[in-house]
Design a protein around this ligand. Structure first.
Ligand code: AMP
Ligand code: ZN
Length: 117
């Protein structure tokens, strides 16, 4: 399991930095975003330090299945599933990524524009 000691989300996974944990298993951690952009804004991340979706390969199929299954479960728990929601991952500079540890944003509780800004 890769860990980057300078990475905020690795420190959150390790319990060395605070977070509001909503889900924790052998592959995935889900926390509340500290600066929510919607009534529900949850971050789902692998325990493993993968910098972004750019680094994903077919070998990550089980991890990706787990990330999306946990997102669907948390959406049901948050009561946003039926109305619909958005799952996004930002990659690199143009993608708007600020924390370089792969994460999905689960956003819901209001409608979202398309295309995104
Ligand atoms: P991104 O810009 O796609 O890399 O997303 C990073 C997200 O992490 C942003 O939505 C931030 O609000 C969120 N964030 C930054 N620091 C923390 C933290 N300590 N706890 C929870 N969320 C955080
Ligand atoms: Zn990390």
């Amino acid at each position: 399991m890769a860990v980057d000691p300078s990475c905020l989300f690795c420190r959150i996974v390790a319990g060395e930095a605070p977070s509001t944990r909503l889900h924790d298993d052998d592959l995935v951690l889900a926390i509340r975003d500290i600066a929510p952009r919607a009534p529900t804004h949850i971050l789902l991340m692998p325990r493993d330090h993968i910098p972004s979706a750019r680094e994903l390969t077919e070998d990550d199929a089980v991890l990706l299945g787990r990330l999306y299954a946990v997102a669907a479960e948390l959406a049901r728990r948050e009561g946003i599933s039926e109305a619909g929601y958005r799952v996004v991952t930002n990659v690199g500079r143009y993608g708007g990524q600020t924390v370089h540890h792969l994460h999905l944003h689960l956003l819901g509780g209001r409608p979202f524009a398309w295309p995104p800004g």
